[in-house]
Design a protein around this ligand. Structure first.
Ligand code: 4AD
Ligand code: MG
Length: 477
């Protein structure tokens, strides 16, 4: 007999059939009602045992967390809360879960407690819902690009370049840490390392994606990226997943259009395909916010917020306009920002980004044309000589969710920039080749996948939307 999933059975109209299912016990009430979950859906199926007909010792093993195989008849449910249930004829305990030791008992656990049990937290409704939404979003992303003529490109994980120039990289080496080979000057001699040079885990697949866009036209990466920035915030991970589309012949406007359409599309897809999980997460958020003062609560329930983003245009504002708004806003004048906005050219902090999105515009915002000084070397210089064709997308509750730009495609301008920043031209020889041979206008962006999952699930901490988070001082599991 084919093993049915609980999701199929809960939707089944085919009553009185004999079924076999396997899953884990959520609760066992009155020695009679087992609520079984198998991960296929949020819900549990009620399995009714006539305890008179079963061995007492066997039923003692039916504890929360135990794995069971159950055979029985699917019948209309007598009780409330479910349409069907299983009248159990045979029950096998596949794996016990000692209630004295198993930490995921049917009661409220804090997210902090569950973080310490990342290998088991997925057995709670909250984490199972988050991870199903995460999986659906991944699928929606691949689907979107496939339908829009993109090729999926696998960027290397180990690289010799620092795409963002921020120097926040994890070194990859096989040298003996206690006794590394040294140069005459006493530095570590990476020529003797595995790759014959210094290498690190990638911070972004963009540079390599540019090479591929200049042949395949439209490509995207979707893979892990690594940053050794020591920011212990609810928005930063040391290992996170990034989606990086890169398009030949796209200018910044086309890039912004694509980014906006892309985000709306994957959110709509998730609204359609994860309704039950999103309803659950919406209720969870409302419960969580009950203990907060009104001012800190979300102004829209989760699903309404997702629909709002999917249905409304993002506001497009230049950096210069944004600075004017920020300079003159109340919190700046009242000195409520930790980093006061004084002059054009300063980098925006998340408190500023969130003010623009949550208080001023009250919708997602795309900021563009940033000062060259605060952005990466590869962004295209504007006619004014001081701003670059950069764009960041800012989201309510999240801050920056996307960073992108039109790329500098002019060899001479790019070389000049590299020199100015003191980067060794030789290290970027292949990147410069792209400007020598068949160069053309091109653009792209990077979406932080976990920040998107944060937004879609209404969760507050990025550690709760990736299976096994890597953050400073934390690489357990
Ligand atoms: O703005 P970033 O640094 O842009 C780039 O890496 C470009 N190379 C992208 C491109 O144009 N192809 O990073 C892009 C996004 C950010 O907007 C943010 O959503 C996410 O990646 N991100 C992080 N997410 C989690 N933890 C971190 N430490 C992150 N750093 C960036
Ligand atoms: Mg950025």
């Amino acid at each position: 007999m084919r093993l049915a999933t609980i999701k199929e059975l809960l939707a089944s109209k085919n009553l009185l059939q004999e079924v076999t299912i396997k899953g884990w016990v959520r609760t066992f009430r009155s020695n009679r009602f087992i609520a079984l979950n198998d991960g296929s859906t949020l819900g549990t199926i009620q399995c009714v045992v006539d305890f008179e007909n079963f061995d007492e010792e066997l039923l003692k093993k039916v504890n929360t967390g135990a794995a069971l195989k159950i055979t029985g008849t699917l019948v209309e449910s007598q009780g409330r809360g479910q349409s069907v249930e299983i009248q159990v004829s045979a029950l096998e305990v596949l794996g016990i879960a000692d209630p004295e030791e198993y930490p995921i008992q049917p009661k409220k656990h804090s997210l902090e407690f569950l973080r310490e049990k990342a290998h088991l937290r997925i057995r709670t409704n909250t984490f199972a819902a988050i991870m199903r939404v995460r999986s659906t979003l991944s699928f929606a992303i691949h689907n979107y690009f496939r339908e829009n003529g993109f090729n999926y490109f696998h960027a290397p994980i180990i690289t010799g370049s620092d795409a963002e120039g921020a120097g926040e990289m994890f070194r990859v080496t096989t040298l003996d840490e206690k006794n590394p080979p040294l140069t005459e000057d006493g530095d570590v001699n990476y020529k003797e390392d595995f790759f014959g040079k210094e290498t690190n885990l990638t911070v972004s697949g963009q540079l390599e994606a540019e090479a591929y866009a200049m042949a395949l036209g439209k490509v995207y990466t979707f893979g892990p990226t690594f940053r050794a920035e020591n920011s212990n915030t609810s928005r930063h991970l040391a290992e996170f997943w990034m989606i990086e589309p890169e398009m030949a012949f796209f200018d910044l406007d086309a890039n912004m259009d694509l980014a906006e359409d892309f985000i709306k599309n994957v959110i709509s897809y998730t609204l359609t395909h994860c309704q039950e999980d999103l309803e659950f997460l919406e209720k969870r958020l409302i419960d969580e916010e009950k203990s907060k003062p009104q001012a800190q609560r979300s102004d829209m329930p989760l699903i309404e917020k997702l629909k709002f983003v999917a249905d409304n245009n993002f506001k497009r504002v230049s950096y210069t306009e944004a600075i004017d708004i920020l300079k003159n806003c109340k919190p700046n004048k009242k000195k409520q920002f930790t980093y006061p906005i004084e002059e054009w050219g300063t980098d925006l902090q998340s408190e500023h980004e969130r003010y623009l999105v949550e208080k001023h515009f009250k919708c997602p915002v795309i900021l563009f044309d940033y000062p060259a000084k605060i952005k990466a070397f590869y962004m295209r210089l504007n006619e004014d000589g001081k701003t670059v064709r950069a764009m960041d997308i800012l989201f309510p509750g999240i801050g920056e969710i996307v960073g992108g730009s039109q790329r500098e495609e002019r060899l001479d301008v790019l070389k000049e920039k590299i020199k100015e920043l003191g980067i060794d031209e030789k290290e970027l020889w292949w990147y410069l080749d792209l400007r020598k041979f068949g160069t053309a206008e091109h653009s792209g962006f990077g979406l932080g996948f976990e920040r998107l999952v944060l937004f879609a699930t209404g969760m507050g901490n990025i550690r709760d939307v990736i299976p096994f988070p890597r953050t400073p001082q934390n690489a357990e599991f």
